[in-house]
Design a binder for this molecule. Structure first.
Ligand SMILES: NC(=O)C1=CN([C@@H]2O[C@H](COP(=O)(O)OP(=O)(O)OC[C@H]3O[C@@H](n4cnc5c(N)ncnc54)[C@H](O)[C@@H]3O)[C@@H](O)[C@H]2O)C=CC1
Ligand SMILES: CC(=O)C(=O)O
Ligand SMILES: [Mg+2]
Length: 531
């Protein structure tokens, strides 16, 4: 045997095949979700490949995106973050800690890449639905950027995952000798803002064209930081704005799936469980979308809010709520009106569903199983011809319900979407209960790519709206009628391209586009007229 010759003859394609065979071996008897005993092993193999040969890693990921997105992204990335100290081998990305104050500018100038196009930054304070995971939340920034490379074709040398380490309030991590971050309680108030301000100034000084995606910040800071930076820097908050766009696309898909035109959206009664960064982001965007359809004036905006009932950890939110969160206040229901509806402050989700008989039940609560048998039974009285259930919380075990439970209780005439992937449900006699993945992954890569290529200085509401509308229109009437309201992950490169084009077009129309890489605003305008 000529071992040397054997080595010489083995091609890149053969090596990739060997890696995939190795990964597939772990798929025997594998199940979805964090309980999948092989999920972490698959992640480890992919992560080692990422360390050894980045090009090959992305080749494997892109060629097998349907299989490995759930490994590098939700649900497995959640498990990875929960076990990060044990899995950690080599650092990836940058860590800016509260102790680096005054040094961040020089730290940024020490980063080896000449140019960085995309940063995903987190402070690890609310990682998926898993709570405060401190610096171990870096895994979520890495996973999101993997999708930027795989879906949007961003150069992997030009992406940067960032952790802002201001401590953690996770009691377990504070005591864990293997914890990799600052073992102190989180900074708050002005001290916290000063750290994030210094980071933003440093990265935009070195890379003025970078785009910064804020990810998995607890609600309290998600909204404040978005307002603080969005008119100055090229940034967006994925949980607030990306999720809102994906939910709008899904909600409009649910209207079409009832055989009705999208313009009927303002008639939908929507119960939202969860009033955090994601829930409030969706509510604001859905209300604005309805208002636009109703005439785009103050009266339309006011009347649109009566289509929403919001339930949080304390039950139905009404004007009777003490110390109400200011972000939830616009959706607090009037007490007298609720009384007429047989509801009260703090009414339970099941009571609300029974009384409202909603068209849509949407969960962004991070509470697995919240859409219990009782809640789904109550939804049987929905006034909709085809009720929609969006169990959008991640990872899998935090989903408000599974598609199996939803289809078994409500029958096949529903629309179902979940944040993490589930398999379609076999309903017998050749019928399939379709499980859509309603996840911001269908928007953020296109928002980032479109912003980068347009050279827009900020990310406007119009650009985000254009992205959502493109996703909403992506599915054909045939697909929607079958209950398929989101594309399959195998189409993520195509949808990302479409979303990016819509974002560029809107940036040009709003006169925000300044061009990119030798293509100036005038040329972009010509392109946008042709397409
Ligand atoms: N599918 C997707 O694309 C996305 C999904 N998410 C998921 O949404 C979930 C929530 O995220 P955030 O809003 O940032 O979290 P958050 O912690 O800011 O908000 C959670 C909300 O749920 C409420 N809640 C807790 N228990 C409840 C109960 N028993 N009934 C009703 N509401 C309850 C809380 O009061 C709070 O308003 C997470 O699981 C996250 O993974 C977030 C962004 C995108
Ligand atoms: C998908 C996502 O961004 C989240 O669950 O936080
Ligand atoms: Mg997130």
């Amino acid at each position: 045997m000529n071992f040397g010759l054997f080595c010489f003859n083995i091609s890149i394609a053969n090596i990739i095949e060997l890696i995939v065979v190795d990964l597939k071996r772990l798929q025997v008897q594998a199940r979805d979700g964090p309980s999948d005993p092989n999920a972490l092993a698959k992640w480890r193999i992919l992560n080692r490949l990422h360390d050894r040969n980045e090009t090959m890693y992305y080749k494997v990921l892109i060629a097998n995106i349907e299989e490995y997105a759930p490994v590098v992204y939700t649900p497995t990335v959640g498990l990875v973050c929960q076990n990060y100290s044990g899995l950690f081998r080599r650092p990836r990305g940058m860590y800016f800690s509260a102790e680096d104050r005054g040094e961040m500018m020089s730290m940024v100038y020490n980063w080896p890449a000449e140019q960085v196009d995309m940063i995903v930054v987190t402070d690890g304070s609310r990682v998926l639905g898993l709570g405060d995971l401190g610096v171990h939340g870096i895994g979520i920034a890495i996973g999101k950027l993997d999708l930027y490379v795989a879906a949007a074709g961003i150069n992997p040398q030009r992406v940067l995952p960032v952790m802002i380490d201001v401590g953690t309030n996770n009691g377990k991590l504070l005591k864990d000798p293997l914890y990799l971050g600052l073992q102190q309680h989180r900074l708050d108030g002005d001290d916290y803002v000063a750290v994030v301000d210094e980071f933003m100034e440093a990265v935009f000084t070195r890379w003025p064209n970078v785009i910064v995606q804020f990810e998995d910040f607890q609600s309290k800071w998600a909204f404040k930081l978005l307002q603080r930076y969005r008119n100055t820097y090229r940034m967006f908050n994925d949980d607030v704005q990306g999720t809102a766009g994906v939910a709008i696309a899904g909600l409009l898909g649910a209207v079409r799936a009832q055989g009705r035109p999208m313009i009927d959206f303002p008639k939908q009664k929507i119960v939202v469980a969860g009033a955090g960064s994601a829930g409030i982001g969706v509510l604001n965007a859905a209300r604005k979308t309805m208002a636009r359809m109703l005439g785009n004036n103050e009266i339309a905006y006011e009347s649109a809010k009566s289509q929403f009932w919001v339930v949080d950890a304390k039950g139905l939110i009404t004007e009777g709520r003490e110390n109400i969160d200011p972000d939830a206040l616009p959706f607090a229901r009037n007490l007298k009106e609720m009384d007429r509806q047989g509801l009260r402050e703090g009414a339970s989700l099941v009571e609300v569903v029974k009384q409202v008989k909603p068209d849509v039940l949407l969960g962004l609560s991070a509470v697995g199983g919240l859409f219990s048998k009782e809640v789904l039974e109550a939804l049987k009285d929905s006034t909709s011809t085809r009720p929609a259930i969006f169990a959008m919380s991640n990872p899998t075990k935090n989903a408000e319900c599974t598609p199996e439970v939803a289809f078994s209780i409500l029958g096949d005439n529903i629309i179902f979407a979940s944040g993490s992937p589930f398999r379609d449900v076999d309903l017998g006699n050749g019928r399939i209960g379709h499980c859509n993945q309603g996840n911001n992954m269908y928007l953020f890569p296109g928002i980032g790519l479109g912003t980068l290529l347009s050279g827009s200085r900020v990310i406007s509401d119009g650009m985000l709206q254009a992205a959502a509308e493109r996703l909403a229109a992506y599915m054909s009437d045939d697909e929607v009628i079958q209950g398929i309201i989101f594309p399959s992950i195998s189409r993520i490169r195509d949808i990302t391209q479409e979303v990016a084009a819509a974002v560029i077009k809107e940036a040009v129309e709003e006169d925000l586009a300044e061009g990119h890489n030798g293509m100036d605003a005038r040329e972009l305008r010509k392109l946008s007229q042709v397409n």
